[in-house]
Design a protein around this ligand. Structure first.
Ligand SMILES: Cc1cc2nc3c(=O)[nH]c(=O)nc-3n(C[C@H](O)[C@H](O)[C@H](O)COP(=O)(O)OP(=O)(O)OC[C@H]3O[C@@H](n4cnc5c(N)ncnc54)[C@H](O)[C@@H]3O)c2cc1C
Length: 434
């Protein structure tokens, strides 16, 4: 995200130095960190369009128009994400990062300093202390403006945490994740449907799979750390084999080396950060995960960070590029969105792992979809507001809560009385809205 923001500033003629603690990922063989791919949706595309990178990203983005749910008997249920051709896109994290980096570097006003870790921020004197990760050399850099785009464990934020009235919470959730790679078939093709996000909802845990352009799928198991179904209970190959045979039997022939991968691949933790304010005075601003790290279940973390850049850019454009005004104003305006998407992402975890296998939930989704098609001005499902619109996350969350109350009433009058025809649900909803 730092590269994207640098590109946008560079396009306006500002001189930018990007400090990156890792080596240049285009030269060094390092992973892009975290998941191998991620889901890009409208908010992310908008920012990419603004920095004129969207067309290139589309070259390697795979549209996913629906969710495909796999039950334990290998039956599939499909559920469109939006209407018409609305899709979320599976994008390689590494390819995206490299492209944005190269794009930023084309601008001679933007300078990258790799392997330079910010070790300390001295906000009073507007300087950062740096340590070169390869040579160990230490240095200082003075700044006019500092944008802390340094991720969930942000060094910039850590310093702001020591300032008066800075409010901060960091929460590790009870689940972690592990990635498994599904290789292509003997013809180099994907082994499952490509244009869909696959989900194996199992109540307290779930597996998902997103397609990659090379014919592979990246499968991610989200599982508790402790308890009956947990990483701590999957110690031996026999434990893992039993677990897969019971819960993911259809994956076994598709990932024949799942036992080796399970043993070798790391299990990683998931956390979220909420903090306030995102600015320090009018020259330091946190953006992206540094300001709002969230759990990945809405596929919005990166999208939210990209949208930060888009909204800040638009605010600056409207105020004549007055950073002094925009930095505190943006922090105030945007912070409730960071909190809202953090909460929505947790809520979506329950929805994905639990409810996608629940007949009442599937019925509700059908009614909402019909409503969105029939009277789109009056009914936009929460998922669509978050994924396919630019309604603020904060307002989407409030609307979603109102919708829950209304849909509860619809379900009371239909599904819970044994009526499973979504058209009847639509009529009831229409009456309530009139
Ligand atoms: C399993 C998983 C799946 C996900 N899936 C999705 C998805 O489908 N869709 C989506 O939108 N989001 C997803 N996300 C979230 C997404 O990965 C993050 O929101 C996004 O990467 C945040 O970007 P960022 O630039 O703010 O931070 P980062 O990507 O963490 O980048 C921060 C950069 O700062 C550098 N840095 C850190 N500290 C220092 C320092 N002290 N000095 C100098 N440099 C430093 C780091 O090396 C790094 O390059 C997922 C996350 C996880 C964990």
């Amino acid at each position: 995200m730092g590269s994207l923001w640098a590109t946008l500033l560079g396009q306006k003629g500002y001189k930018v130095t990007v400090l990156e603690r890792r080596p240049d990922m285009r030269k060094a063989n390092i992973s892009a960190g975290r998941s191998i791919n991620l889901a890009m949706s409208d908010r992310g595309w908008k920012a990419l369009q603004l920095c004129r990178a969207d067309e290139e990203v589309r070259q390697f983005a795979i549209p996913m128009y629906e969710r495909t749910m796999h039950d334990t008997a290998s039956n599939l249920t499909k559920q469109p994400y939006g209407k018409d051709n609305e899709a979320i896109y599976s994008v390689s994290r590494g390819a995206l990062n490299k492209l944005l980096l190269s794009k930023a570097e084309q601008d001679e006003d933007i300078r990258f300093r790799f392997s330079e870790r910010i070790t300390h921020l001295d906000y009073e004197h507007k300087r950062v202390h740096l340590k070169n990760e390869e040579t160990g050399e230490e240095s200082e850099l003075y700044f006019d403006l500092l944008f802390g785009c340094d991720g969930a464990y942000s060094a910039v934020r850590q310093k702001l945490q020591t300032t008066d009235r800075f409010t901060y919470s960091q929460t590790y959730i009870d689940h972690g994740y592990k990635e498994l790679n599904m290789l292509p078939d003997e013809n180099g093709k994907h082994k499952m449907d490509v244009n869909t996000l696959h989900i194996w909802p199992r109540g307290e845990f779930m597996m998902i799979a997103l397609p990659n352009p090379d014919g592979t799928f990246t499968c991610t198991l989200f599982l508790g750390w402790e308890g009956e179904y947990s990483f701590s209970n999957l110690k031996s190959n026999a434990d893992v084999e039993r677990f897969f045979k019971t819960h993911f039997p259809d994956l076994i022939p598709l990932i024949p080396d799942y036992l080796e991968q399970f043993a070798q691949n790391p299990s990683s933790s998931l956390m979220m950060v909420k903090c306030k304010p995102w600015n320090h005075g009018n020259n330091i601003l946190l953006l992206g995960d540094a300001a709002h790290a969230i759990v990945p279940f809405y596929g919005q973390g990166m999208n939210a960070g990209f949208e930060d850049c888009y909204l800040l850019y638009k605010m600056l454009e409207n105020n004549g590029w007055n950073f002094t005004e925009a930095i505190p104003a943006f922090a105030k305006m945007r912070q409730p969105d960071g909190e809202a998407i953090a909460d929505l992402a947790m809520r979506n975890f329950v929805e994905m792992r639990d409810l996608t296998a629940d007949p009442e939930f599937l019925y509700r989704k059908k009614v909402e979809r019909l409503a969105h098609e029939t009277f789109p001005q009056k009914w936009v499902p929460l998922y669509s507001m978050v994924t396919f619109s630019d309604i603020s996350y904060h307002n989407a969350k409030i609307e979603g809560e109102k919708q829950d109350i209304i849909m509860n009433e619809v379900l009371e009058q239909t599904f819970r009385k044994g009526n499973t025809d979504p058209n009847v649900g639509l009529d009831v909803l229409k009456q309530i809205l009139e």
